[in-house]
Ligand binder design. Structure first.
Ligand SMILES: Nc1ncnc2c1ncn2[C@@H]1O[C@H](COP(=O)(O)OP(=O)(O)OP(=O)(O)O)[C@@H](O)[C@H]1O
Length: 287
């Protein structure tokens, strides 16, 4: 698949033939002394601005790796990543960090709010780190909290919020920087059904009302069906795509992929590790 951009719309994300091999020569982390693992095997895609895309696939199919490479949390072994038309920079970690701060928003399963800061301070934090002027950033933080209907929580600390409220604050924090792409990794994985639906509605509204491009990894077919398009990964490749998805059809296609993987002797699909490498990297960044 090369492109699912809508006619004429600006492009928010492009991956061209992205390969990620853990444990390859020159890759510092990962498989160590074991055999190299090809987590992404030539992934190409293009997403139009303002679209909401879900990424699904069996356990180990490369979803988290795709998210990390697309979001500049990790570098592909080969291939190109462009966010908002700008290529992931070469150079060191500080260039990548700058790139992420200016273009990318993250939402994780476990919220990653800073416990000793208020909601307002949490939402302000990425902009403060990016060196934006405090008064302007403060006004924007309040505006985004109002837009998401959670302004009354501004002076509370994360421990005083429900899981669903914490996740809505995490979304507010991500949106306040006006990222080219908002990446969400299992954003409803720790929530009950009703709070999860609220979070999904918020992501849907972010795309519809604010033109926010959203890319979400999920194991839940109902969650995936909130998107405009579902991309299916297997063995590090994009193998299927579903537009205007319905949960039953998403589940049917996932079951087909799972049985393919199980027949090949791999682990069945299941929830990802609670704290992904992406979340760890982000935590280090904001701490
Ligand atoms: N840091 C790493 N070092 C070595 N191998 C890795 C590393 N991270 C992931 N892998 C391997 O890469 C492949 C893809 O992993 P990835 O976590 O991207 O899959 P996933 O689809 O997100 O899985 P899950 O749904 O279980 O979270 C797997 O075979 C995994 O074991």
């Amino acid at each position: 698949m090369d492109s699912i951009t809508r006619g004429g719309a600006a492009e928010a994300l492009r991956l061209s033939d992205v390969v990620k091999v853990y444990g390859a020569a020159g890759e510092g982390e990962g498989a160590g002394a074991g055999r190299p693992v090809t987590a992404l095997d030539g992934v190409s895609l293009a997403l139009a601005a303002g679209t909401f895309t879900s990424v699904m696939g069996p356990s180990g199919s490369g979803k988290s790796t795709l998210l990390q490479c697309a979001a500049g949390l990790d570098r592909p072994t080969s291939g190109r990543v462009l966010v908002g038309g700008t290529e992931l920079p070469g150079g060191g970690e500080s260039e990548l960090t700058r790139f992420r701060r200016s273009r990318i928003g993250f939402v994780f399963q476990h919220y990653n709010l800073v416990p000793y800061l208020t909601v307002r301070q949490n939402v302000l934090l990425p902009q403060t780190l990016a060196g934006r002027r405090r008064r302007r950033a403060g006004a924007e933080a309040v505006a985004v909290l109002e837009r998401l209907g959670i302004a009354e929580l501004a002076d509370r600390r994360p421990a005083e919020l429900s899981g669903g409220q914490q996740q809505r604050v995490a979304i507010a924090r991500a949106l306040a920087t006006r990222p080219a792409v908002l990446f969400a990794d299992e954003p409803t994985g720790a929530l009950d059904t009703s709070s999860g639906r609220q979070v999904l509605k918020l992501l849907r509204e972010s795309a519809d009302a604010f033109g926010q491009t959203v890319v979400m990894v999920t194991h839940d077919p109902v969650a995936a069906a909130y998107a405009d398009t579902v991309l299916f990964l297997a063995d590090g490749r994009l193998v299927d795509e579903l537009s205007s998805p319905e949960a039953t059809e998403v589940a049917r296609r996932m079951a087909a992929l799972d049985s393919r993987v199980t027949a090949a002797g791999a682990a069945p699909a299941g929830p990802g590790t609670p704290v992904t490498a992406a979340a760890r990297a982000f935590r280090t960044e904001v701490a």
